[in-house]
Each structure stands twice: as C-alpha cells, then as structure tokens.
Design a protein around this ligand. Structure first.
Ligand SMILES: O=P(O)(O)OC[C@H]1O[C@](O)(CO)[C@@H](O)[C@@H]1O
Length: 447
C-alpha cells in the first residue's frame, strides 16, 4: 500500500542536517509529553489515539446515519465553521470528481456547506437552490454557540420544516455537538434529532476523525474505514517507538522549527492538484490556530500550482526571502490522459505526444522546486502514493501529530485559540448583544 514520506534534502542549502538532527531530543520530549499528557493543553489530547481506538460499532453507527441521509436527500448541507467543516471538505473535495455537482447520475447526495461565512448573498442563493431539493442538514458546532453556523442553521432548519413538515424534517437533521453544554445540544434534545458527541478533549481542528469529519465524508460516499485505517497506521509510524530519522512527523516538526529560527517566517503549502485546495485550508487552520500566539509562529499560507505560478509565482521566486515551501506531491494520479498528436502542431506541443498529462505536471513540479530553491526558497516534499481515503487518513493525522510536536518545540500551547475571541467580542458589542452593554459603549466611542 505504501506510506506517505517526507524529503527535506532541499532545505539543506539553508539549514544544516546537523541542526535538524539537533532537534532530536526536543522533538522526542515533545512527543513524549503528548503521549504522557504532561504538556500544555493536555486536556485536549483526545485526538492522539483516536485512530486506533475508533471501534467498528462507532463507524457502523455513522455509516447507518449516513445511509438515511443518502437514501432521503439529493443535497446535504454541512453547517459548521473552522474545524467543524474543514476536515470534511478537505477529504470530500480531494476524493470527489472535480465536477461532482454537475453529475446527474448520482448515488450520493451533493454536499454543500453553510455556516462558514455570513454572506447574505451566499445564504440567499443557497436557500434558493434548496427550494426545489430534497435536502438534509448535518449541523456541527462543538460549542453550539458559534454565531455563523447558528445563524445558518436557524435559516435552514426553518426552510426544511416549511418544505417537509416538522416531523419529517427531524429525521433529516443530524446534530454533532458537545455532550452537555451549548444551544445546539439543548435544541437537539428538545427536537429529538439524531446526535453524535464531540468529546470535550478534542478541539475542532483536530476533529476530522470524529463524526465531525466522518459523517459528511460517509454521506458523500467515501470509505471512512479506510480513512481511519490510514490514520491508525500513521499513529504507529509517528509514535514514540519510531526513531527520529524515520518518523515523518518528527522530521517535519524539527525542520520547520529550524527554518523559522533562520528567518523563514512563512510556510507555503503547495499542491499540484486543485482537489487538494481544501487540504491546505484545513492545514492553515490547524497550524495557524495552534502556533500563532504569544507573538510567535510561522504564518501558514497556501498556493495551488501550476495555477498560482501565474499569479504568486513571481513573488515566490523573487520576493522577500522569508518563505519556505512544503509541497504535497501525489505519486500516481487516479486516471490517465495522454497528449494526442496534431498534424499542424501549431501550438508546438508535438514533443509531448504520448506523454501523460501527469508527466508534464511532474516536470512542472520538479522544475518549480529547483527554480524556487535556486531563488532562495527551502523546500520540503511530502509524497502520497495516491489520492485515496487511506492516504488522506495518513496525511491528515501526520499533520496533526507534527503540529502537536511542533507547537511544543516552539513553546506554545498548540490546543487553544484565545485570540479568536477578540473579533467575536467586538461583533457582539457592535450588534448590541444583551450582556455586552459596556463593550458596546466603549467600541462605539472609537468609531
Ligand atoms: O465547533 P464550534 O464550537 O462552532 O467552533 C468552530 C471553530 O471556531 C473556533 O473555535 C474559533 O475559530 C475554532 O477553533 C473552531 O474550529
């Protein structure tokens, strides 16, 4: 089956092999702190052994719930923001046909998203689209109080009830929230929705292997057992028993910390397949919320190549030298397309005849890497054998494990996100939310 692998050779013109190896003790201590639960944020380590502790019964419950949605819905709206939708969207997009929503012969519902923004036009257009559709809702919020998903759910719930009747609507709504607190839990209990629990010790950005990720992924028709199996294998590979040099999560954590120490303040996650765009969005939240605090932390950015070589390529090649790249490379594509011959050859592409499009893409990848390294951009390569559930499970768990280690090496708590509250407080004050009277007065005085 093959595992994902990491190659840091193209960082060595910028940092030394010895310096990376020098992190062995710190990385080992960080990994040990995660496993012993002795580090910062140790009440949020429920994700660590999740792959190996997920039971067949739990997966069967998720699959049975997905089946109800599959059998009864043309469209399923996943309502959530941040970690409450990004893992699902990352995996679903990576595995889906690029033109999924245009497929008419469907075995599975179209998955759309809401609650990840407050765009009035977005919600209007979504509601208009759903008017003629049999739809269901997976409402996800760990806290159950986040404004964006709560607002979207209020609108969609009332639309579904109007279209289907209150009783039928109840069977088409699944709520995924914490055990006891929060408005969504209260509402779900009151209405009798099917629910799944997000355990208190799993933060949103580490939750793709909970029902938060698994239910939407199963509803989209993908194999969640394989996703968990891939993650479980990576759990072993990135565990305490693997020597430093063979542990990809340890190597990644050490390398990016050494690059950061040497002035590389921005990490750009690169893909050469547009399906991976949302893997990068998921990764941005994971690393941004985990490491960006106490005035520290690598800024996580992302580009889609070769698309963005024609927009951001100039900056990456010749802009300020504070960046490094981490490329997600997919070894084998799932389909093959080769370049056809053309008698006129007006485009001059006959030199490519018989080559696969992926061969062209791979040379773009290699050529870009060499050009960027020559231009002063260190390069880390993470290779996946192919894009499937198993390898995505490995990849996402790899990033989670490396993030926990990396955060500890940096000296921060990788499991909290106190900075996110600032905008919420201001928004509530500006909207005159009850209880925010003093803040309202203070903020309005600044306007
Ligand atoms: O699932 P909830 O509680 O609605 O939170 C959604 C997201 O909001 C945050 O709390 C802050 O952005 C994230 O950490 C989380 O993934």
């Amino acid at each position: 089956m093959g595992n994902i692998s990491i190659n840091i050779d193209k960082t060595f013109g910028f940092i030394s092999k010895e310096a990376v190896s020098g992190y062995e003790a710190a990385v080992k201590a960080s990994n040990a702190a995660l496993h012993a639960g002795t580090g910062k944020g140790n009440d949020f380590l429920g994700w660590l052994n999740l792959p190996s502790s997920t039971t067949a019964e739990h997966l069967a419950d998720i699959e049975a719930t997905a089946k109800i949605l599959i059998d009864n819905c043309e469209v399923v709206v996943v309502v959530g923001i941040g970690g409450s939708y990004l893992g699902a969207k990352a995996v679903i997009d990576a595995l889906s046909n690029s033109f999924d929503w245009l497929q008419t012969e469907r075995k599975y519902p179209v998955i759309v998203y809401a609650g990840q923004n407050i765009g009035e036009d977005y919600l209007f257009e979504l509601q208009s689209f759903l008017k003629t559709k049999k739809f269901g809702i997976i409402s996800i919020s760990k806290s159950g109080t986040t404004t964006e998903p709560a607002l979207a759910f209020r609108l969609l719930k009332s639309q579904l009830e109007a279209q289907q009747g209150k009783e039928a609507a109840k069977k088409l709504i699944v709520a995924i929230t914490d055990k006891a607190r929060g408005a969504l839990r209260t509402l779900a209990t009151q209405e009798g929705y099917k629910t799944f629990i997000i355990e208190d010790n799993i933060g949103g950005r580490y939750s793709f292997l909970t029902p938060v990720g698994l239910l939407p992924i199963a509803t989209a028709g993908f194999d969640i057992k394989q996703l968990v199996a891939g993650a479980a294998d990576m759990e072993k590979i990135a565990g305490m028993d693997t020597p430093f040099a063979e542990n990809p999560a340890a190597i990644y954590a050490a390398t990016r910390n050494e690059l950061y120490k040497n002035g590389k303040k921005i990490e750009i996650l690169v893909n050469f397949h547009p399906k991976l765009h949302f893997v990068a969005e998921w990764w941005k939240q994971l690393y941004g919320e985990s490491e960006g605090k106490e005035n520290k932390g690598i800024f996580p950015a992302a580009v889609d190549f070769t698309t963005d070589l024609h927009s951001m390529g100039q900056w990456i090649q010749e802009g300020e030298r504070t960046i490094f790249e981490t490329v997600i490379s997919v070894k084998e594509p799932n389909h093959s397309v080769s370049v056809p011959s053309d008698d006129a050859n007006l485009d001059g592409l006959n030199f490519l005849v018989g080559k696969s499009v992926d061969q062209v893409n791979k040379m773009a990848e290699l050529g870009t890497m060499l050009a960027h390294v020559d231009g002063g951009v260190p390069n880390i390569k993470i290779e996946l054998p192919k894009l499937d559930e198993y390898n995505l499970g490995q990849l996402l768990y790899f990033f989670e494990k490396a993030c926990g280690i990396s955060g500890y090496v940096l000296g921060v708590n990788p499991f909290d996100q106190p900075g996110v509250e600032a905008y919420k407080k201001n928004m509530f004050a500006l909207l005159d939310k009850p209880g925010y009277e003093a803040e309202s007065k203070a903020i309005k005085a600044k306007l």
